[in-house]
Design a protein around this ligand. Structure first.
Ligand SMILES: Cc1cc2nc3c(=O)[nH]c(=O)nc-3n(C[C@H](O)[C@H](O)[C@H](O)COP(=O)(O)OP(=O)(O)OC[C@H]3O[C@@H](n4cnc5c(N)ncnc54)[C@H](O)[C@@H]3O)c2cc1C
Length: 347
């Protein structure tokens, strides 16, 4: 007789969030992490929770939008249950506009945000002079300011989720333990490798990223995004800067001159960071599915086994919604996984 209803494998943000949501709904849960909580991509530093551009709307954008909207309640519930902070705040985001064409494009997206964001956040073009600390250099003097973007501290999310799961009676096993009940494979890059081996095709691969933590107390101000560069102020007197995106790499966890280049760009973009000391350099590998979308749902042909993977560059942002749809499926048999996000779509 199984002593738990759900076993989740993987102590990253996907596994922990699924385990938490199941425990919150009353299921008996065991989470098994072979190495340590946050051993994979979730042990990183950046933690931007940001929406896609509000145009050419599709299922992936809607899923991420819903996840962003529910993030405040989700992370608030985690803190309420376990007592540990997550660093979540809806700080918004600034994107400098390089020229008149970029400004016109950005103005054109105001209506898209009004339609697709359903009043949950705004997208507007504003003078950068409206903003203070950490405001980016903008050639036009204009920025896109959105109020939907948020941030959370990746270093706090894992411990906060562990505390919340335990508070609901869930078990956390570091090392090995028995798989009982429904088994969810939220095993990141290793899990994409296991799916590839099982189905004899490349289900996904890893994309390495390097990022850093700077010592700079920006207060509660918007994060900054420009040309793939993210600058995220956190509540603990630090600012995270990232990231590289490397399809080819020798070592998964080393940093090099590519991170130096990212840091130089960040200091040029946000002159407030010019003298901020580097407190930590970090690298990890993002689990990227070949579809570029999350990989969720039942493991085809393996009864009782499920997958929650493919967080790629936005895993922290999507975790609340991933947890919701996986718990719906595991506990209620209700399949609300969007088309294109299923394991079958990748294998
Ligand atoms: C540099 C960088 C910056 C990023 N910035 C952001 C950002 O700003 N915003 C955002 O939303 N996302 C960001 N991401 C992406 C995000 O980190 C990932 O999408 C997310 O962490 C993936 O979580 P996961 O739980 O699926 O995988 P992981 O965190 O990799 O967790 C998988 C876990 O499974 C464990 N495991 C493996 N095999 C087994 C097994 N057999 N049994 C038990 N456990 C096992 C591993 O040890 C690991 O701990 C970034 C990623 C990188 C690398």
């Amino acid at each position: 007789m199984a002593t738990v209803d759900v076993t989740v494998r993987g102590g990253g943000v996907f596994g922990l969030s699924v385990a938490w949501e199941c425990a919150r709904r009353g299921a008996r849960v065991r989470l098994i992490e072979t190495t340590r909580i946050g051993a994979g991509a979730s042990g990183g530093v950046v933690g931007a929770l940001a929406p896609h551009v509000p145009e050419q709307w599709n299922a992936k954008k809607q899923f991420q939008f819903e996840s962003l909207v529910m993030a405040g309640d989700f992370w608030g519930g985690v803190t309420e249950a376990g007592g540990a902070q997550t660093g979540f705040a809806r700080v918004g985001r600034l994107q400098p506009l390089a020229d008149a064409a970029a400004a016109a494009l950005a103005e054109g997206r105001v209506a898209g945000a009004a339609e697709h964001w359903q009043g949950q956040g705004i997208w507007r073009v504003a003078p950068v002079a409206e903003f203070g600390v950490l405001a980016p250099v903008s050639p036009t003097g204009l920025v896109v300011h959105d109020t939907l973007s948020a941030r959370a501290n990746p270093r706090l999310l894992g411990p906060a989720l562990v505390a919340a799961i335990r508070a609901k009676g869930g078990e956390i096993v570091i090392g090995e333990g028995p798989d009982e009940g429904a088994v969810v494979w939220a095993t990141g890059i290793d899990g994409l490798g296991a799916l590839s081996a099982a189905f004899g095709k490349q289900v996904g691969n890893g994309v390495k990223g390097q990022a850093a933590i700077l010592g700079f107390d920006a207060g509660t101000v918007p994060q900054v995004f420009a040309d793939g560069l993210l600058i995220v102020p956190h509540a603990n007197g630090t600012v995270a800067v990232g990231s590289t995106a490397e399809k080819r790499y020798d070592a998964p966890d080393t940093t090099d001159e590519q991170l130096d280049a990212v840091l130089a760009r960040a200091r040029a973009l946000c002159p407030d960071l010019a003298d901020a000391p580097v407190l930590e350099r970090w690298a990890g590998v993002r689990p990227r599915a070949a579809t570029m979308a999350p990989v969720l749902g039942a493991w085809p042909g393996r009864t009782g086994h499920y997958v929650a993977n493919g967080g790629f560059k936005i895993g922290f942002g999507m975790a609340p919604k991933v947890a919701e749809v996986m718990a719906d499926l595991l506990l209620e048999g209700r399949d609300a996984i969007p088309a294109g996000f299923r394991v079958e779509d990748c294998v």
